[in-house]
Design a protein around this ligand. Structure first.
Ligand SMILES: NC(=O)c1ccc[n+]([C@@H]2O[C@H](COP(=O)([O-])OP(=O)(O)OC[C@H]3O[C@@H](n4cnc5c(N)ncnc54)[C@H](OP(=O)(O)O)[C@@H]3O)[C@@H](O)[C@H]2O)c1
Length: 277
């Protein structure tokens, strides 16, 4: 890969938590950082703070609510218009399990919210940005998933029966890993690699504080694991893998079921209207 100072890196959900930390660290390292957020005030404040802290003036913001697929498409178009290559895409934005007893929520497109934001938006954004990623090859996609994984019940993907926030979260996180493995196979030989990780357990972030009253690790722990997948030259060519923090690990068994992955891929194409080109 190019030296980090020549890399253009997009991080979704970079106005808080892990994404915010990784964006600042990469800006400090001299990368051109595309900071994605959904709230104009939070995005403006994040850009100002990162620029002030790092002195890097190649930090720019992009607004999109990932619960709305039309905004995902607009985000991809804006980035494609303004950049001719993308060295790294970090699909980090996510919604947690929510406070206890949170009722089932829907995206703008009528899909179960966590499946939509945590998985479908990243699927669509990644495929829409593929021409830029191919143009930058060797380039990387990093999917921020989780060790919390539950199999997808293809008869009830939108969780209409017996909704539970943790189940919704974990299903979406396994979907990200299944997508990672499939996409790596489809991108073989292109120089675009894709890996997923569990950054760290119960970091001190908003999504953890709203669901639980304790933490087990820090944002810095998760940032170190995530930045390794983004930058470590030793991972050149490594693709289709799931990492539990810094260690390559085995994901839930459904991730290795080619039939289940094919079903998810077909469903994702249908729900988003986006195919790999
Ligand atoms: N925290 C943990 O212990 C832990 C463990 C394993 C995996 N992870 C994963 O790590 C990633 C980052 O989580 P975090 O802990 O840093 O959580 P966080 O502090 O709650 O940050 C989540 C980010 O996602 C953004 N986001 C949420 N919904 C969005 C939407 N509809 N459209 C656009 N952006 C949206 C948030 O935007 P706002 O700033 O506007 O709210 C925020 O920037 C997630 O994928 C999560 O699943 C976290």
């Amino acid at each position: 890969m190019r030296p980090v100072t020549e890399q253009t890196i997009l991080i979704t959900g970079a106005t808080d938590g892990l994404g915010r930390r990784v964006a600042e660290d990469l800006a400090a390292a001299g990368a051109t950082v595309l900071v994605h957020g959904r709230n104009p005030e939070r995005l403006a404040r994040t850009l100002a703070e990162i620029t002030e802290a790092t002195g890097n003036d190649r930090v720019t913001g992009y607004l999109a609510d990932l619960a709305d697929l039309s905004q995902v498409h607009t985000l991809a178009e804006e980035i494609t218009t303004q950049h001719n290559r993308l060295d790294v895409l970090v699909n980090n934005a996510g919604v947690g399990a929510g406070p206890p007893n949170t009722p089932r929520q829907m995206s703008v497109d009528g899909y179960e919210l966590r499946f939509a934001v945590n998985y479908l938006a990243g699927y669509a954004l990644t495929l829409r940005l593929m021409p830029l990623l191919r143009a930058a090859a060797p380039s990387r996609i990093v999917n921020v998933a989780s060790v919390g994984q539950e199999p997808i019940d293809f008869t009830d993907v939108m969780l209409e029966r017996g909704y539970d926030g943790w189940r919704a979260y974990r299903q979406s996180k396994l979907a990200q890993i299944m997508f990672t493995i499939d996409l790596a196979e489809r991108l073989a030989g292109t120089g675009v690699t894709v890996n997923a990780l569990h950054p760290a357990s119960l970091m001190n972030t908003k999504m953890v504080f709203e669901a639980l009253d304790y933490t087990l690790s820090t944002i810095e722990d998760g940032a170190a694991a995530t930045e390794r997948l983004i930058l470590d030259p030793d991972l050149e060519g490594v693709t289709g893998c799931y990492f539990d923090q810094q260690q390559q690990a085995r994901a839930h068994a459904q991730a290795y079921d080619a039939g289940a992955r094919a079903r998810l891929w077909e469903l994702s194409e249908r729900l988003t209207g986006v195919t790999l080109t």
